[in-house]
Design a protein around this ligand. Sequence first.
Ligand code: FDA
Length: 508
Amino acid sequence: SLASTAAIDEFLGCLSADIPSRLIQTPATPSSYSALLLSTARNLRYILPDTSKPLGIIAATEHAHVQTTVRCGRRHGVRVRVRSGGHDYEGLSYASVHLHKHNEPFAVLDLATLRAIHVDPARAEAWVESGATLGELYYAVGAASRSLGFPAGSCPTVGIGGHLSGGGFGSLARKYGLSADNVLDALVVDADGRLMNRSSMGEDLFWAIRGGGGESFGVVLSWKVRLVPVPETVTVFSIVRSRNQSAIELITKWQEMAPVSPQELYLRVLVLNQQANFQALFLGRCGDLRRLMQDRFPELGMTEQNCREVSWVQSTVFFGFSATSIPLVQLLNRSSNPRYYLKVKSDHVQEPIPRDVWESIWTAWLEKPEAALLMLDPYGGLMSSISPSETPFPHRQGNLYQLQYYSFWYENGTAVAEKRMSWVRGLHKEMEPYVSKNPRAVYVNYRDLDLGTNELDGDVTSYEKARVSWGDKYFKGNFKRLAAVKTMVDPHDFFRNEQSIPPLPAAK
Ligand code: FDA
């Protein structure tokens, strides 16, 4: 149902009873409103003038502000979008293509200030609030201990809140799984504004928030995570090969070796500007890595000169900025990465793609000026031994690697955007025969609205439409259980967006 102007005023009035007015920005004060809106909006495609904007942004500084916002939103029919790091590929934490369609106003609940981190090195645990970034967590863990790490993604400005809600894949995944596999407890505000921890929320909701995707179940304020043992010295390398340095043969071979390597080795490939960059993290010393590479992948020609022996936290700088020489404090820079226009699609590869296919992709697609960055991220190791129903993230055994078509550009204008997006969509279409099928599976943190967006069935999101368009692809056999949890915790479907989990259809 539509919130009228009167309802919006009532909503804002309701907030102001508990939340200081300096923490609430509305378009009535354009400069502070847009500074806050843009503060972490990462994808320029979703801050164009014709994007629907929030009617207000609440910069919560206390847990009670979150509870108040949810309660006021419920009472006055204003939907709330939660934002932690703002890195959603489709801008779902701060923009809406869909609510716009239904002309539904929404507010943004910004958690960036709620970013406390408490590391307990003796217990190898930490509590981290959702507004913290991955870089801030890495820095805090590194400052507390040289022999502890945390498995999560490579970009330091990604927010904890969205990342852990959707899974969290990175350089320690083959050894320790996803971030979500290492969550021990959480504090959540539900659709009634109640604050709950693991024991009060129960195991079903606790299961759903560890990979079921952001927004659908409530607002996660804080996470208790398990820190994992890492050697005091680890090794990284980056080896770049062009086509006439056998890049295509090396990628072909990589597919057979990286997913079955020892768990201590994470070797990914980035293909950009017609060069393949092989980047490694090895949980051990250079000499052992060189022997391993000599044994498993001699064609790459890795030598001890390629090695950098560093602490684990310094390795996160290497993956974040593609250089080890950058000082650790850069991990704390919340705006360290430039913003760009972004469109990403992704796949799971289950059989090695033949060399001649790579040849023709390289010639027909990668040599075009509008080519995207391709990212090949290996699975295997522990990822293969975790059951697909252990968490909502179902992409476990049987997957060799993730393939991302990651297009980013800086130039404004629809012509450029269309060229870039049709490149991504075109290659994605062409890859269909070589990637996972029935469903063509996608990782929910690589949000892609091309898969389809929700429709309403009465007052709530249609289960069937969601299942067919994106539900099976993100969650396979776990989708129905996610919908059952949704029915239990948010039957009125307050927390929703273009691809939020629907409640189960009411029995007819
Ligand atoms: P954002 O704040 O945009 O939230 C994402 C979604 O979660 C939104 O729907 C939002 O409403 C919801 N949400 C946010 N906070 C919430 C909370 N506290 N409670 C409930 N719902 C909440 N992924 C990966 O696995 N490995 C990687 O290496 C990378 N690298 C990477 C690099 C770059 C440059 C980008 C832009 C993205 C990635 N990602 C990634 C994807 C990333 O994991 C994904 O976009 C996360 O959802 C981002 O989390 P944020 O909190 O930053 O996003």
